[in-house]
Design a protein around this ligand. Structure first.
Ligand SMILES: [Zn+2]
Length: 346
């Protein structure tokens, strides 16, 4: 089958488009094999190419976490979907028997695995996943919209709705607008009635964010984010910070966070080690939270929003799978606003 693969870690030159990749096995009684139509990139894919400590790949490793397509075969126990159904894929695979899965928190699973990182991915003609990881989608949702949807929206939903529990009228600061999670967090926070602040080094991205609802836009190359937030909130600060950048934004995230503030982090794309003054943390009674992916109930919730047309992802560019390396270069450039999508049939 055609696929975007790597044989070794390194730079983007490792990424190879081939037409002789091994077809994934149909899987077990609870699995489905999906013929992919479209897939989307995430920062995770860049980390996999570079190499993640403790994660081993086998050559002709198929990249890609997000994807959508048509069910091609189903295991004997599968009742939720049938051959021919058009589905979106949740790239987070959990065991459904550990204590975290049993309590409904599948993204805390002790055996949690991601497509493209721990299991063969979605930048290919076929992928095999547990049936519980796919949901049918209505015809009104395009292939590109569906492919661009899951990882970023699921991650953002858990951060904004489940973890931070953003309420109407609250002030929410989202660092680094343009990335898939940040853009989805903006859409979700606005839908919940928050006043949303976004930051970027690009005025072009800030203008795009304003066009989809951001209330306040701040360019961090020309503005002291914490000082500006304090000034325009009469020193109060924001209620919630959504941060996926890590070390580069941590100081301004905490500087902008008001009393009883909640900060949620899901990533460290600029670096993982940060400094926190604990005196400010206890005095202001902050809650600093981690979050990753989402559970089955959250997946159902976001697919419901997608199907209803209330939560449609922003798409930056669409390229054919054969130009997958160019898609990776676009994401690595940091110039994208929204998702980079590849068409498997294109
Ligand atoms: Zn589990």
């Amino acid at each position: 089958m055609r696929a975007l693969t790597i044989d070794a870690h390194g730079g983007l030159e490792q990424i190879t488009f081939r037409d002789d990749a091994a077809l994934p096995l149909a899987g077990g009684a609870g699995d489905v094999r999906v013929r992919l139509r479209a897939a989307a990139l995430n920062h995770l894919d860049l980390f996999v190419v570079a190499g993640i400590p403790g994660v081993n790949i086998t050559p002709q490793w198929v990249l890609g976490a997000d994807g959508m397509g048509v069910v091609e075969s189903v295991g004997t126990d599968v009742r939720t979907v049938k051959i021919g159904d058009r589905v979106v894929i949740n790239p987070g695979v959990s065991c459904h028997v550990c204590e975290y899965c049993m309590s409904g928190d599948q993204s805390a699973c002790v055996k949690f695995a991601l497509l493209g990182e721990h299991r063969p991915g979605t930048f290919a003609e076929f992928v095999t996943v547990p049936a519980i990881n796919v949901r049918r989608i209505p015809d009104a949702i395009s292939d590109v919209q569906a492919a661009a949807f899951t990882l970023a929206t699921l991650t953002a939903w858990r951060m904004v709705v489940t973890r931070a529990q953003v309420k109407p009228g609250e002030n929410v600061l989202i660092q680094g607008i343009g990335g898939g999670v940040a853009v989805a967090a903006l859409q979700i926070a606005k839908a919940r009635g928050a006043r949303v602040w976004v930051t970027s080094s690009s005025d072009e991205k800030l203008a795009k964010a304003a066009a989809i609802g951001a209330d306040e836009t701040l360019n961090y190359t020309t503005t002291d984010i914490a000082r500006e937030v304090r000034r325009s909130t009469n020193k109060r600060g924001v209620d919630v910070v959504i941060d996926s950048a890590g070390s580069a934004s941590w100081a301004s995230s905490l500087g902008a966070l008001g009393r009883r503030g909640r900060l949620v982090t899901c990533g460290a794309s600029s670096g993982p080690i940060v400094l926190t003054d604990l005196r400010k943390m206890f005095w202001n009674q902050w809650t600093l939270m981690g979050s990753t992916m989402g559970n089955d109930a959250e997946f159902d919730a976001i697919v419901g929003e997608l199907a209803a047309g209330r939560l449609i992802p922003s798409v930056d560019i669409v390229l054919p799978l054969s130009e997958g390396r160019a898609a990776f270069e676009r994401l690595a450039s940091g110039k994208q606003f929204g998702k980079v999508v590849v068409l498997v049939d294109g």
